[in-house]
Design a binder for this molecule. Sequence first.
Ligand code: NAP
Length: 228
Amino acid sequence: MRPHIIVNVAMSADGKLSTRERRQVKISGVQDFNRVDRLKADSDAVMVGIGTVLADDPSLTVKADECRDIRRQRGLDEHPVRIVVDSTARIPPAASVLHKGEGKRIVAVSKAADEQKVAEIRKYATVIITGEDTVDLTALMDELGTLGIRRVMVEGGGALIGGLVTAGLVDEIYTFIGNILIGGRDAPTLADGEGFLRESEFCRLRLLEERRIGNGILLHWAVYKSGK
Ligand code: NAP
């Protein structure tokens, strides 16, 4: 069974995830940060694209002691499985996500990935190979399902989320919209990539919740699906 996929991002009032140079920006505050940490702790896995690893070098760990304690009491690793989608195995061997915090790591690559680079990654992570030149996200999710991963939180960035939306794989979306404008036509947005051309193809959402947090707003959406 394919996992339930929840996207979470913070974006500026003009819908940007970071600057056009892909420089990380503080968009939300402590309160939203804690919500995101709990969402992560409640997930079996947390996933990012290689663009986010190269730009931000995140560890993707659960930060709050109490959230890690709850996971341990449930017999789980302190941190969810951390997954990087990286078609050509560009992840630096020293990337924080491969080293910080206990728990499993998965790097998803395509058949085009260099064998030596894949062998290096295998020292730190399980490698899943799908797709010819680009990771086949549907096949990846199927494989994660067979590994017992039921709930995946996707932390970005825009290209990966765009790929997941296009493949019809996303179930829920949380967007925290902060009180800044970043601007720039090349700055990443929630769903990058090619995008849809026809209205009939648009990804339809149902608003589940809106909540003011500080000077921003959290929107929680469910994605209408034609069948899963
Ligand atoms: P990204 O979405 O993190 O990674 C994109 C890469 O994933 C692609 O270039 C592609 O590289 C790989 N990929 C592999 N298979 C794919 C597929 N089937 N579909 C789509 N992508 C696939 O990178 P990004 O869009 O450049 O976003 C990074 C930026 O977002 C950074 O600036 C970061 O700070 C920001 N960010 C912001 C937030 C937020 O909440 N505000 C969260 C996360 C990231 P390969 O072809 O090499 O595999």
